[in-house]
Design a protein around this ligand. Structure first.
Ligand code: PKZ
Length: 427
């Protein structure tokens, strides 16, 4: 059996389904096959066995001669079932006897810790040691297919639950119900109601379909009994096939390391004499909470948010801190970031002195073309092809540093005039 088919088999074992792909690969390389004939003991009561046994083929019976409860049913283990030290079916407390020709894959006991080395995003409790964005995407399992997310203090929220938080958390909930050999390749989402920052968000996953190559999930985000956000996502097992890419990464772009961070940009804006004093005072008066994402604008603007500009924007981004090694997490982080500075670009050609507009996203679509690393620099190349009837439309490509197209993103949002601030009497 080659490693790929062992991985394929292990991905069907429920115990292993929440592990990242990297742990599954380690396990696939460590397991060894053991063969038994019908009636043969696999392990005897009182014997701890060699480690954790995964049943690859055939059936085995678990029975205990010392069990005082004679009515306790003996149970049958089949393909994808497992038993062994530290398991629900501890081999030390029962006989396990082959009923048919039986093949087990055995993970030696000294490697059973691999089952515990779950990345923080898969763990039941978030740790403060991991990156902030990984903490934001951490969900608490409530029931089968139901997860709870919260809005952490001092994370992007814009006075309402940030759209990217809904997308990232809902995708995380969906990903946790799909085996780790399948990666999300597309998602389509609608923002239905404004999310409340102060109460948890319940994510309910519908396992629409599990196929051999693809899986489909629908997720509803619920607050106070109402669906506030809805997402459909499709997952695919890797395939070797043809490869082409038409858009190329814009040339002559500055390296992200040479560009100013958001924090440095803000400090510059506070003192830049080319900017109106009223604008500088406004920037200074706004509470500044650093984002968990490092953003570097390729063409830093010297204008204000009222300066007209073409409907285009390019910036590098990456998650701050190191993310756990799990492609599912990296894709959720990319999805989270994909809504951070996006829709505003469709307002660029309409900006003018005195125009005060509020924007909210209506829907969001994202295709992952290639594997990505969200804690390494990615270029977000945005443009707004059109705006009409109060709706702005934006599209973008994401390239990694090698120029590979990793994702395409589309969104529509609605713009409304903000009410004028109350005029203060000068008397
Ligand atoms: C360029 C470089 C810059 C770099 C420097 C960094 C900049 C950094 C910027 C970051 C910016 C992040 C941007 C995050 C973007 C999200 O995260 S937005 C959050 C995700 N989206 C949502 O939550 C939308 C949820 N959906 C909804 O609320 C509803 O479906 C909709 C869309 C409002 C439609 O509902 P409806 O009842 O049919 O609509 P309508 O009757 O017209 O309005 C209902 C209410 O919504 C309000 N509303 C409608 N449109 C809007 C709007 N656009 N805004 C606010 N309120 C609105 C109305 O005023 C109305 O309020 P009330 O009068 O009832 O008080």
């Amino acid at each position: 059996m080659n490693t790929e088919s062992v991985m394929e088999f292990l991905s069907g074992v429920s115990l292993l389904q929440s592990l990242p792909r990297s742990s599954l690969l380690k396990i696939a390389l460590l397991v060894t096959p053991l063969y038994f004939g019908p009636g043969e003991h696999v392990v005897r009561e009182g014997d701890a066995g060699l480690g954790i046994y995964f049943i690859l083929e055939g059936e085995a019976e678990v029975s205990s001669v010392s069990d005082v409860d004679e009515n306790r049913p003996e149970f049958i283990l089949k393909r994808h079932d497992y038993f062994g030290c530290g398991m629900e079916v501890p081999s030390a407390h029962a006989d396990v006897i082959a009923l048919t020709k039986l093949t087990c894959l055995v993970l030696p006991r000294e490697h059973s810790n691999l089952l515990q080395t779950r990345s923080i995003w898969n763990a039941d409790q978030a740790s403060e040691a991991c990156s902030v964005v990984e903490q934001i995407l951490h969900l608490e399992p409530v029931e089968a297919n139901i997860f709870k997310g919260i809005t952490l203090p001092d994370t992007p929220n814009f006075g309402k639950v940030f759209g990217g938080q809904f997308i990232g958390q809902a995708l995380a909930a969906a990903s946790k119900t799909v085996d780790c050999l399948k990666n999300v390749h597309s998602l389509h989402a609608y923002f239905i109601l404004i999310g409340d920052l102060d109460i948890p968000i319940i994510y309910q996953v519908d396992r629409v379909r599990d196929g051999k190559s693809f899986a489909t999930r629908r997720v509803e985000a619920i607050q106070k009994g109402k669906v506030v956000f809805s997402l459909l996502a499709s997952f695919q097992k890797d395939e070797q096939s043809f490869d082409h890419q038409l858009p190329t990464m814009p040339t002559c772009l500055p390296d992200p390391e040479t560009l100013l961070s958001m924090e440095e940009l803000r400090d510059r804006r506070l003192t830049d004499p080319r900017l109106p004093k009223t604008y500088r005072t406004k920037v200074a008066s706004k509470e500044f909470v650093p984002w968990p994402i490092d953003i570097r604008f390729c063409e830093p603007s010297t204008g204000t948010n009222m300066t007209k500009s073409p409907p285009r924007l390019r910036f590098w981004f990456r998650a701050k801190g190191k993310l756990s090694d799990d492609q599912a997490l990296h894709r959720c982080v990319l999805a989270y970031i994909s809504d951070l500075i996006f829709l505003q670009v469709s307002l660029n050609p309409h900006r003018r002195q005195g125009l005060r507009m509020a924007s909210i996203s209506l829907d969001h679509a994202l295709w992952f073309h290639r594997p990505c690393k969200a804690d390494d620099w990615i270029l977000f190349n945005i443009e707004s092809p059109t705006a009409y009837s109060g709706r702005g439309f934006v599209s973008a490509q994401m390239f990694d540093r090698k120029g590979q197209l990793v994702a395409s993103v589309y969104q529509e949002g609605v713009f409304r005039k903000k009410p004028d601030p109350p005029t203060v009497s000068k008397l």
